[in-house]
Each structure stands twice: as C-alpha cells, then as structure tokens.
Design a protein around this ligand. Structure first.
Ligand code: SF4
Ligand code: SF4
Ligand code: FES
Length: 379
C-alpha cells in the first residue's frame, strides 16, 4: 500500500461499486465503446465503473465508491454519443451502443478550466498532496483566473480537539456530508447557506462536540482538498513527507479493522492514523474515533513495554517473556493441583480477536481440562 499523506488520492478498487448499483445489476448486458475499447456492461452501471474495468482513468472529486453518486463537482465530464453536452461519468448510466470519449481536446479543456475555477476559489492555494492537487498536477490550469474572495464561513467556535474545518479549501463536493449521512448514519454536518456562501455547518453552527458527531474522522478521510483535516495534522504544518505507513490491526475491539500507523522515523513516533482505501479491508476505509484518534498511548511514557512479575517482597519487577509465562503456568497448575481443574476459570474479551478468544477456550479446555471459560459477548 502506497504511503497516503494528508488527503492523498484514494486508490480505489475498480471492482468495488456502491451497493445501490450492485442491486440494480441484471443478467442483461449492453455493449459500449469507451476510448476505443469495446466492452460489455451491466444496466445500472455508470460510465465511470465501466471505464475503470478497462483501465481508463477518469478524474473525480465528489465521487467516493461508498457513496451514492451526485455529479456535484463536474470533474468527471466526458463526451457521450447520447448527449451533445458532456456528461458526468460518475452518474451517467451505460446504454447499448454508447460511444464514450474521455480524453478529447474538449474534455481536456474542460478539466483545465474547471481546475482553474477551483484554484481561483482557494485563497490559500491548493493544498499539496490532496486529490485536487493531483488533478492540477496532471491536467494543468488554464486560463489563469484572478483570486476570488472567500465568502464561506467556518466554525470559529468549534473547540473540538480532533477535526479542523478550513472553509477556504472547500470545493463543496459534499463528500463529507454524504459520508456522515450515508455511511456513518449520523448527519452531524450539512451544506448550509446559499450560492457562494454555501459552507459545511452543523445545526446552529455548534462545535462538533455539541453535535451528534461521533468523531469517526471519515469526513477527513474522504475530503479531496484538505478542507477537513485532523487538527494534530494541521499542527504539524502539513509536513507529512517522510512518514512511513505501517499496516496493522486495530486492537481496541475484535472487529479487526485495518489501518496504517503513520510513523515519523526521525522521532520514532506515530503521528497519525489513516485508513486503507475503501474496498480493500474489512472496514472498507472506515474507522471509529478510537481507531483514528486514540493513538497517543503507543508512545506514552507509562506504557508497559516488558512483562512484570512480583518478587518475594511483592514488588513488581521487569522480566523476560519466558520467565513471566513460566510463572503464570506454574501458578495456574499449582491451583489446579491443589483445588481441582474446575477451581480455575478463564475469562476472555470481545476486544480480543476471534483467534485470541479461540486460544483462551483452547487453553481452558485442552490444557487445564475445564469448561469454565467465558467471554463478555456470550452474555
Ligand atoms: S467525524 Fe464522522 S460523525 Fe463527525 S462529522 Fe465527520 S463523518 Fe460525521
Ligand atoms: S469539506 Fe472537503 S469533503 Fe466536505 S464539501 Fe468541502 S471539499 Fe468536499
Ligand atoms: S466525480 Fe462526477 S461530478 Fe464529481
């Protein structure tokens, strides 16, 4: 998995489609041509989905495979034989006999002028490393437009420690609000105001902490411009160049979400957590508040880093794993020998993985011969 920096483009799994579309698929297929590739597509598929299957790249901004397409940003416009205007590939359905061109001079010209409009609306410039920045680097800006005023309001009183909204970077793609509604089912944030003043707000513009927000951070993850960022990340002045991603399994519960610890090797410190791209792991690009933000314990000075056993005076002293495990085994077998196997009980946790829970009951039954084992999720 490539290193994902602040708002990096998400490498989508081309076969991962949103469920509403999957439901619409029928056994019938239609024949279309995309950039000279003849292919069969299923009714209900979009041009974007069909194009991805033959390796044709169409740039997107408001699209996220987990969300219903809205066609808000116009980044994905392509030429299609069923319409004299260009159509948004992310929501235009395939139809039999369609001929689609995704890289004509007209399409390229549209991309450059659209990106110029977005750039003109970004008083602080386009944030490097974001999806929007990647499109600018790939397609260019033309014409060069004067900088527009920044009429969008932020939430200056939002004192939450985790999520920062920078309205001048917002392109109103609504990925954040749709994610919050469609994936998180929370709808803590919404599009508010009208026209150029449209912005991302909470009810009465209260702090996220006073809203229904669950601080899952999914809005940060899906934002293509860095308008929504992790506050701690912003505190680093967006310096993420040298971070090394380390893929691991979250240990806060037994779901098994995968995430990438972003490690600053110079400081030997985890400075962020990001989710793998949707469609690749069990959590489909999603994380909860603990998985995404509660990583401070990893480098906490009071964290136990080696096993402890009690010495003769009852004081805890550091030891190696072999010694600690042998001590535990001796004490457990001592209790069993003195009081019988059913004097022992083994309690596991739903925060452990399936495999760990399996091993605990195996230890109880096979090693100590008792069925006295329990786990909180069993009640
Ligand atoms: S953190 Fe999660 S719940 Fe809160 S606004 Fe963002 S997407 Fe919604
Ligand atoms: S905050 Fe980001 S995801 Fe939300 S509308 Fe603005 S640009 Fe899109
Ligand atoms: S990605 Fe198609 S309109 Fe935004």
């Amino acid at each position: 998995m490539a290193d994902r920096k602040l708002g990096d483009p998400i490498a989508r799994d081309p076969d991962h489609r949103n469920d509403d579309h999957r439901d619409d698929l029928t056994a019938q297929s239609v024949s279309i041509v995309i950039d000279g590739h003849q292919l069969h597509a299923s009714p209900g598929e979009t041009l974007l989905e069909a194009a991805r299957r033959v390796g044709v790249v169409i740039p997107t901004l408001c699209h996220d495979d987990r969300l219903k397409p809205t066609g808000a940003c116009r980044m994905c416009l392509v030429e299609s034989s069923d319409n004299r205007r260009m159509v948004p590939a992310c929501r235009h359905p395939v139809a039999d006999g369609l001929e689609v061109v995704t890289d004509s001079a007209r399409v390229q010209r549209h991309r450059r002028s659209l990106l110029s409009l977005y750039a003109a609306d970004a008083p602080d410039g386009i944030l490097p490393g974001t999806e929007l920045d990647a499109h600018v680097l790939r397609y260019g800006l033309e014409p060069t437009l004067p900088q527009a005023e920044a009429p969008r309001a932020g939430r200056p009183d939002d004192d939450n420690r985790y999520i920062l909204f920078q309205p001048d970077r917002c392109i109103l793609c609504a990925r954040c609000t749709r994610y919050c509604d469609e994936v998180e089912a929370v709808a803590a944030i919404t599009l508010a105001q009208r026209g150029s003043q449209t912005t991302i707000a909470t009810v009465d513009n209260v702090s996220l902490l006073d809203s229904t927000c669950e601080l899952c951070g999914g809005c940060i993850d899906t934002c293509p411009t860095g308008a929504l960022v992790e506050r701690k990340a912003a505190d680093r002045q967006e310096d993420f160049g040298d971070l090394e991603p380390v893929r691991t399994t979250c240990n806060y519960c037994g779901v098994g979400c995968q995430f990438d610890l972003q490690v600053d090797r110079a400081e030997n410190k985890v400075v962020r957590v990001t989710s793998p791209a949707p469609g690749l792991t069990t959590n489909d690009g999603n994380l909860c508040v603990k998985g995404r933000f509660a990583y401070g314990f990893i480098g906490h000075p009071e964290r136990l880093t080696e096993p402890l056993i009690r010495d003769k005076s009852g004081q805890l002293v550091a030891t190696d794993w072999d010694t600690a495990l042998q001590r535990a085994a001796d004490l457990l077998t001592g209790v069993r020998d003195r009081h019988g196997k059913d004097s022992l009980g083994f309690i596991s946790s739903s925060r452990c993985t399936n495999e760990e829970n399996y091993l605990v009951q195996k230890l109880a039954r096979a090693a100590f011969g008792t069925n006295n084992c329990h786990q909180c999720a069993a009640t």
